[in-house]
Design a protein around this ligand. Sequence first.
Ligand code: PHE
Length: 411
Amino acid sequence: SGARTLRAQNLVVQSNVPPNILEKARASSAEKLHNRLHHPLCTLRKIIESYFDRELGVKQGRGPVQFAKFNDLPPIVSTRACFDELLVAPSHPSRRPTDTYYLDASTVLRAHTTAHDTELLRQGYRAFLVSGDVYRRDSIDKKHYPIFHQMDGVRLFDGAPPEAWVLDDLKDTLYGLAQYLFGHHRNTSGESRGAQALAAEPSAEPVPVRWVDAEFPFTRCSLELEVFWQGDWLEVLGCGVIQPDVLRAGNVDPAQCTGWAFGLGLERLAMVLFGVPDIRLFWSADPRFIRQFRDGEITQFQSYSKFPPVYKDVSMWVKDSPGTDGTSDGFDGRAFHENDLCELVRGIAGDLVEDISRVDEFIHPKTKRHSICYRITYRSPDRSLTDEEINRIQSRVRECIQDELHDVAEL
Ligand code: PHE
């Protein structure tokens, strides 16, 4: 992992993909969680697909639309497919090597399943759903893991109906999906319900939803759908009318066709629907996890004993981006980014790291140097950790900070 000599965005000189991530990216498609029988992510994927297969056509009083399904597309894609053809500007933050995994300057681990949309359009598909594992360098906590799963959906309409009409169809479709997923759950939490029983009961109160304006480079009139669930607004998906230039990249003439697209994260939804409290549990090899679930059924996760956490603090002087204080901080090179620390810790501790948060920070009054203290929470979902093992991991972490982050951080 001496691969941190990454420069400013788009000047990627070396891969920033650690071996543990690459190994998961290269796993066979049958091993991917969204394809594993009985796994909640697989069940959720199938339930959403079944909404598009059956419910949609019937409810809207037209024949069922055939959505082609893609669940096996490999996650290694070009920057062109992942960003350029989707009009993600070269300077867009999501393209930075602090956020995206680069294999080389023009190849990435897909940061979203939207990366397949233009290729599938070029292949002639007009209605499709793509599900897969996606990869983002990110902070670490109960809701963030560098690999998660998304589903994207695309639908084109011949004759280029007006944008407002396409937007209405999109909102109808996704409102129906939200009701399909959440509606039936009212007053039934804890009860096991089969996918067959998922259609909202006519008498049930609809689950409250709201549309929030959003911005995506590849769509216009973009929106996010939020669902009011267990006392909170939960962000469920992003969507919009496909930009004409994205259609053109897919060899579709915007004068002949208009269409919509949406994308949703499966973990977020699965965590609330199945009551899974920590995103790492989806990766658990402990049979107590997978044995609780049956294909096609949404049931509540019963947490097995939670093992105690071990906390370790690490303080360091960090290099800020130029211009934040204007004083010399004794470093050269790029700025410190929290994701680099998270990645480094995860490279050493693997799934034993549960959370990394800033607990303290200050600017030295004289030297103006910036110091941050991070608290690393170690915990295994499957067993008790020994002091000895955590001390070993923590000294490795400190060594690696010195070896690999010395141009941006100092212990
Ligand atoms: N790709 C977007 C994301 O990852 C979601 C999205 C897909 C939004 C398609 C609009 C249309 O957040």
